[in-house]
Design a protein around this ligand. Structure first.
Ligand code: HSE
Length: 341
């Protein structure tokens, strides 16, 4: 399978690292092989080669901060635009992992549409494109007869969407509720341990949990985008931020955290989605509540169903390797269904 990456930050590099480390295992167990044929970044250049880039050299160049450090080889093209890569690269699958633009989802939506039009599957971690373009991209995927998969967009590689959309198919889902932002959960956990808000946020950025602009995390918009994606995936509803109540954690003070602890409670940023709407708010939960024990960049989602009652999934919700695995799980699904060219 040939893949092209739009964006090569923490998440794109996480996927590349997994492909490098697990190449033999993926080949032996699933007959799966992936070649990265193109990478586009906003400020660090782009590379394209129809028969594949050297993944280790690509990671080394990205690690040095400039893809120009990747060595020349016959057939290598440098500087192609993201749109050229979406349209013209030799990829079977376009992977959109550029920073999420929660304002209008662009340019990712147009890049994904161009990928479908030119016969590629699309795998996304980009939440902005799904927030604003879910219906449009689904229609484009159907028209092209290609996959649109986005497991990595909610709870990183922890299979929240596959649980709701596939494993629980046949149940009627009435609600999904939980902790879906790793950065804020990490900050809250660290503040409970006495760290300042600013230091905890700086750690979350250093560890690769936070968005490029962490405002989206701390003000609740990243969790809200995930609630919208869950609304689309689980209920076929297109919610918009304008209709949602969204509050983050930036107003919580160390005194708020201590007051909750003194009362045997913990603050958690809770996202909730039902067929009627979605919301995000910080809430004080008793420490005996199952979500209270979910610490650090771990996320948790409880899906309420008619046939099973509540089903709760707990796992990592952010990080390069963890989100890279979400992308890999989608690539393996495409591979399994045999639709890669
Ligand atoms: N910034 C996001 C988070 C990354 O902290 O959860 C994963 O979507």
């Amino acid at each position: 399978m040939k893949i092209a990456l739009i964006g090569f930050g923490v998440v794109g590099q996480g996927l590349a690292q997994i492909l490098l480390d697990k190449a033999d295992d993926l080949q032996a167990r699933y007959g799966f092989e992936a070649q990265i044929v193109a990478v586009a970044t906003r400020s660090r250049g782009s590379l394209m080669h129809p028969s594949g880039l050297d993944t280790a050299a690509l990671l080394a160049a990205a690690g040095s901060g400039d893809l120009a450090k990747y060595s020349d080889q016959p057939g290598l093209a440098r500087g192609a635009s993201a749109m050229t890569i979406a349209r013209e690269s030799a990829a079977d699958v376009l992977i959109e992992v550029s920073p999420s633009n929660l304002t209008d989802g662009q340019p990712a939506i147009e890049l994904c549409e161009a990928a479908f039009t030119s016969g590629k599957h699309v795998v996304l971690a980009n939440k902005g494109a799904l927030l604003h373009g879910y219906a449009r991209l689904n229609a484009a995927a159907r028209a092209a007869g290609k996959h649109l998969l986005f497991e990595a967009s909610v709870m990183a590689g922890t299979p929240s969407l596959r649980l709701g959309m596939q494993a629980l198919a046949g149940c009627t889902i009435t609600q999904a509720r939980g902790i879906v932002n790793g950065t804020t959960n990490y900050i809250l956990t660290q503040m409970e341990g006495g760290l300042s808000y600013a230091d905890a946020l700086a750690d979350a950025q250093r560890l690769g949990y936070a968005e490029t602009d962490p405002t989206a995390d701390v003000e609740g918009w990243d969790a809200a985008a995930k609630a919208v994606i869950l609304g689309a995936a689980l209920f076929g509803k297109q919610f918009a931020f304008a209709d949602m109540s969204v509050r983050g954690i930036s107003q919580l003070t160390p005194a708020d955290i201590s007051a909750a602890a003194a009362a045997g409670e913990r603050w958690k940023l809770i996202a909730e989605v039902t067929p009627a709407g979605a919301s995000v708010a910080p809430m004080r939960l008793p420490i005996t509540h199952p979500l209270s024990g979910v610490a650090g960049a771990t996320n948790a989602l409880t899906i309420t169903t008619d046939l099973l009652g509540d089903v709760t999934l707990i796992g990592k919700g952010a990080g390069g390797i963890q989100t890279g695995f979400g992308l890999l799980s989608d690539l393996l699904e495409i591979h399994r269904t045999g639709q890669a060219r």
